[in-house]
Design a protein around this ligand. Structure first.
Ligand SMILES: Nc1nc2c(ncn2[C@@H]2O[C@H](COP(=O)(O)OP(=O)(O)OP(=O)(O)O)[C@@H](O)[C@H]2O)c(=O)[nH]1
Ligand SMILES: [Zn+2]
Length: 209
């Protein structure tokens, strides 16, 4: 895997709509394999883990979701998951990698095309296939490159998605633990969450509906 390098680092204090605030240092990179403008935030005070005997660094690898992260869409759980991740990572010190993988890698317009198909009865994965995409087009090579550039070798990964853990391990990242996020269920996203459990082995304890 080609190494990437830190391009710029700058403090960006974060404040959410509910008033929660966190100190953050943002990093940009040169040499990321897909040429995307992916961002890392170091949150909290803790030194990042680089050696095998260090306690692992808590890391959230978050895939961009403009509708959920920015506009609070109830179709998914991305906004509350991002908010939860910032708070939990900031509390102990660690990293948030914000990957520009909108729509599981198919882009914003295609995601909305997929939403339209879902409103006709397809589930989230079949809608992708009907549009000619893979069920999940994400590749985490850039995440491994970013961790390498930041000198982080050993991580505890905040995710419910075992595929993220497997892909990062295959890329040489030592994932010491998978830490589940909370379940952010609402009246609209229940089918979306159930599909993640059924089709992508997501580890979510959903109440019966
Ligand atoms: N193609 C497609 N992408 C979606 C849909 N709903 C959400 N997304 C995208 O899915 C990505 C988030 O992935 P999820 O499957 O929700 O969660 P995950 O990242 O695999 O797992 P966690 O680490 O537990 O959050 C974001 O890029 C969203 O834009 C959908 O219906 N279709
Ligand atoms: Zn979303």
């Amino acid at each position: 895997m080609r190494p990437a390098a830190i391009r710029t680092q700058v403090d960006i204090p974060l404040r959410f709509g509910d008033g929660f605030a966190a100190r953050a240092r943002a990093f940009t990179f040169d040499g990321l394999v897909d040429g995307g403008e992916h961002l890392a935030f170091r949150l909290g005070e803790r030194r990042l883990a680089s050696r095998r005997d260090d306690a692992p660094t808590l890391v959230r690898v978050h895939s961009e979701c403009l509708t959920g992260d920015v506009f609070g869409s109830d179709r998914c759980d991305c906004g509350p998951q991002l908010r939860e991740s910032v708070e939990r990572v900031a509390a102990v010190g660690g990293l948030l990698l914000y990957l520009r993988q909108e729509g599981r890698g198919i882009g914003l317009y295609a995601k909305l095309d997929a939403y339209a198909l879902q409103d006709e009865g397809l589930d989230t994965y079949d809608a992708n296939l009907a549009l000619g995409f893979g069920a999940d087009e994400r590749d985490y090579t850039v995440a491994a490159q970013m961790l390498g550039a930041l000198g982080v070798g050993r991580v505890a990964l905040l995710t419910n998605n075992p595929d993220k853990v497997e892909q990062l391990r295959a890329l040489g990242v030592e994932v010491a633990a998978r830490v589940p996020t909370g379940v952010h269920l609402n009246e609209t996203n229940a089918a979306y969450l159930a599909t993640k459990v059924r089709r992508q082995r997501h580890d979510l304890e959903l109440p019966a509906i």
